[in-house]
Write a protein that binds this ligand. Structure first.
Ligand code: 13P
Length: 251
């Protein structure tokens, strides 16, 4: 019912040539990953060349961030310009943005609403730190981040929104959440969506897991009823490991 998504977040990696080489390796093998929506989020500088390189493929492109306005905002990128560069989607609220660049829930909500207005699909990231998990604050933090980020959204907006649960302690650490830990958080998020919106919205919203996903742990994660795909960092940088993840580890 919910088409799985495997999304690669390249973060601040890959020149234009490296991005093109990745796509050259990926494209011939794409047919192996059927019934999965594949999204790549390269750095801004590689977006338009990748859009051209991917024109005859089903792979979608995402920006890694955006600013909610147009105009005199030196150094920023708007949803409209992401669309213009060939993006279908944008990642918002990533923990690196929250922690390293001080993004607040209110600011992320403005970005989400601006991106949805431009008809971009939004991959909205939430997740607790290790300290928050250890002090039993996980659900409280997830609820706060979701309530703030989804303020003033309706069912139409939610139809274009994907949630990514990315526990901060699992990002780039090699320490994946266990399938059970991830499922528990995903189920909590889905139930919260049902109370914020309704059961139909909750059942239709895809919830991705992110944090040290590899070809070895993807199958266990995908076997969970509320895990609808993955947002992959490190293992998305090589076409081979990214493809294995898109095949849920079967490759
Ligand atoms: P890693 O897969 O490198 O842990 O990164 C996850 C992530 O932050 C994806 O957005």
């Amino acid at each position: 019912m919910r088409t799985p998504i495997i999304a690669g977040n390249w973060k601040l990696n890959k020149t234009i040539d490296e991005a093109l080489a990745f796509v050259r390796d990926l494209k011939p093998a794409l047919s192996k990953a059927a019934n999965v929506e594949i999204i790549l989020a390269p750095p801004f500088t590689a977006l338009s060349v990748l859009a051209e390189a991917l024109t005859d493929s089903p792979v979608l492109l995402a920006g890694q961030n955006c600013y909610p306005e147009q105009g005199a905002f030196t150094g920023e990128i708007s949803p409209r310009l992401l669309r213009d560069a060939g993006c279908d989607a944008v990642i918002l609220g990533h923990s690196e943005r929250r922690q390293l660049f001080g993004e607040t829930g209110e600011f992320i909500n403005r970005k989400i609403r601006a991106a949805l207005k431009e008809e971009l699909q939004v991959i909205f990231c939430v997740g607790e730190t290790l300290r928050e998990r250890q002090s039993n604050q996980t659900f409280k933090v997830l609820e706060e981040q979701l309530c703030e980020g989804l303020t003033d959204l309706d069912g139409t907006g939610m139809a274009r929104l994907v949630v990514a649960y990315e526990p901060v302690w699992a990002i780039g650490t090699g320490q994946t959440a266990s399938s059970e830990q991830a499922q528990e958080a995903h189920q909590f998020i889905r139930n919260l969506l049902a109370s914020l919106f309704d059961r139909v919205v909750a059942d239709n919203t895809r919830i991705l897991y992110g944090g040290s996903v590899t070809p070895n742990n993807i199958a266990g994660l995908m076997a969970q009823p509320d895990i609808d795909g993955a947002l992959v960092g490190g293992a998305s940088l090589q076409a081979e490991s990214f493809l294995q993840i898109a095949e849920f580890g079967k490759g």
